[in-house]
Design a protein around this ligand. Structure first.
Ligand code: HEM
Length: 505
């Protein structure tokens, strides 16, 4: 016979099921987002979305839902996904259309970052990525100093130095084996450059054995695994628990490995002038600089490497593109070392190829969400109530046939100044891989550091080596994605360009 405890437990379970069902009915028929299109399983519960994110295929699923439901889809009870050029402006732009109030806060008419995604500050020191309002503006102004034309042009020799070093190491590596995973090669070189750029320290990650530097590996894992606890924050109790426990963990996140001690050492011996212009006082100020420096290094490495790998993969997979890129690069300079930023910036085909690579395989695939403020806003002409989480999904937008003709095919010519009829209807403004508006990527806003880096590296590589995609990497694009793709090895067969040694000497 069941005891009264059993009976109590069963009642509790049934009570919870009943509450859940009531909530589901509310979400479906009475929720302020009820009129937005989407599948029932997304409207009633957030579990589907959380599950897809954890499995690493949410970006593919969201794209699929946009194909079925159109430009806006309710992907979770309180969340809308968009995939149009107009949505970039409505959600991430400066002058959003507010209902009710005229200003969200001191920062003006702009949607704020979703705190569930961006979390609380590291050690209470809001960083340039997650801070808002008066905590944010002075940081962005101070950091922007590093990206002025003068600062960046003064760093060209650093960029060239690390590209040279990577090419030398690759040359040594291919004397032992002609097929190389280009991921670690790019990652080590970009990491070296970023450490030098940010903290003026030489880490020496680039090596002739093709081994990935442990700190790069560590940052890769943060990008992958941090997204899962972040996703779980959508469940109310988890967010509460994480916020309570955060002080125990956050300290380790960015201070770990070589980068933390490296920046601390730099701070103790002269500091990082542009980061120290408007810091907070005392320990919080130090943490802020430390975190911002680590963010610069981490944010700038994985993303740039993703772009470089995608470019190499698509060039080598398309014989016509490959022969055009070789022609342009090899006809632009008689020596690899003549490939300066100026020369590379004038290469029109290379630009079209890198633009098309970042469209077809963007380094960031997730949705970087914002929250609708009090009074609600108008997004793409339709009222969206306050508190709704909104965002443009990179992958779904760039792979949409409404935005780009033949979206799953690689066509650099769609980015030419004069475009053929085939691509005349493309919505070029839909492509915003560095985001849009006042919180777009700091590295791309001013002198386009991220693209200069990538183009110089690619130009040097294609100038120096004959390259072929190894058969085992033909399916390389079949990847899981969290915030970024989780990249498998990209194996490329290298041969030093024939006759090169004679030319160089
Ligand atoms: C291919 C390379 C890159 C891509 C695709 C990329 C993409 C992005 C995107 C989409 C955002 C917006 C994030 C958001 O809405 O929260 C962003 C912000 C940011 N990126 Fe990048 N990024 C790249 C390279 C870099 C580099 C090289 C650096 C630094 C050296 C950098 C530093 C930052 C910082 C500090 C922010 C925060 C800006 C703010 O909120 O004011 N990124 N990036």
């Amino acid at each position: 016979m069941p005891s009264s405890a059993d009976f109590g437990f069963a009642s509790l379970c049934w009570g919870l099921v009943g509450l859940y069902l009531l909530h589901a009915v509310y979400n479906l028929y009475f929720h302020p987002l009820r009129s937005f299109p989407g599948p029932v399983y997304c409207k009633v519960t957030g579990f589907w979305y959380i599950f897809k994110i954890i499995r690493g295929n949410s970006f593919l699923e969201i794209k699929h839902l946009h194909d079925i439901y159109g430009d806006v889809v309710r992907i979770a009870p309180n969340e809308l996904s968009y995939n149009t050029a107009e949505a970039w402006n409505s959600i991430y732009g400066r002058n959003i259309q507010l209902h009710g109030e005229t200003k969200t806060s001191a920062i003006g008419n702009r949607l704020l970052k979703d705190t569930l995604l961006y979390g609380a500050g590291f050690e209470g020191a809001d960083t340039v990525v997650n801070a808002e309002g008066t905590f944010y503006a002075p940081q962005r102004r101070a950091l922007a100093y590093a990206f002025t034309r003068k600062s960046l042009m003064a760093k060209e020799h650093i960029l060239t130095h690390y590209t040279d070093r990577a090419i030398e190491n690759l040359t040594t590596q291919i004397s032992a084996t002609d097929t190389v995973d280009v991921g670690p090669m790019f990652a080590n070189a970009i990491f070296d450059f970023n450490c030098k750029f940010v903290a003026d320290r030489d880490i020496g990650a680039s090596n002739p054995h093709g081994t990935l530097h442990p700190s790069v590996h560590y940052f890769d894992n943060i990008l992958r695994f941090a997204y899962i606890p972040i996703t779980l924050r959508r469940l109310p109790m988890v967010a509460y628990l994480q916020d309570t426990l955060q002080p125990l963990f956050s300290k380790g996140l960015l201070h770990y490995h070589v980068v933390g001690p490296l920046i601390r050492n730099r701070l103790e011996n002269g500091g990082i002038s542009y980061m120290e212009r408007h810091p907070k006082e005392g320990d919080t100020g130090k943490s802020q600089i430390l975190n911002n420096a680590a963010i610069f290094i981490a944010a700038g490495t994985g993303t740039t490497v993703g772009w470089l790998c995608a470019s190499v993969y698509y060039i080598l997979s398309n014989p016509d593109v490959k022969s055009k890129i070789y022609d342009e690069i090899r006809n632009s300079a008689s020596k690899g070392s003549d490939l300066s930023l100026d020369v590379v910036s004038s290469m029109k085909y290379l630009k079209a190829v890198t633009d098309e690579s970042i469209r077809i395989f963007p380094p960031i695939v997730a949705t970087l969400t914002r929250v609708v403020p009090r009074g609600g806003v108008s997004i793409c002409g339709k009222y969206v109530p306050q508190g709704t989480v909104v965002g443009v999904n990179h992958w779904a937008t760039y792979r949409s046939a409404k935005n780009f003709n033949h979206p799953d095919e690689f066509h650099p010519e769609r980015w030419f100044d004069v475009v053929s009829e085939e691509f005349a209807e493309d919505h070029r403004n839909a492509l915003q891989p560095f985001s849009y508006g006042p919180r777009k990527c700091i590295a791309q806003e001013y002198l386009r550091l991220a693209s200069m880096n990538s183009k110089l590296f690619l130009a040097r590589l294609f100038w120096e080596f004959d390259m072929e995609l190894a058969p085992e990497s033909r399916d390389w694009t079949n990847q899981k994605g969290f915030i970024a793709h989780y990249k498998p090895p990209l194996m490329v067969k290298f041969n030093k360009r024939s006759g090169l040694f004679e030319t160089e000497t």
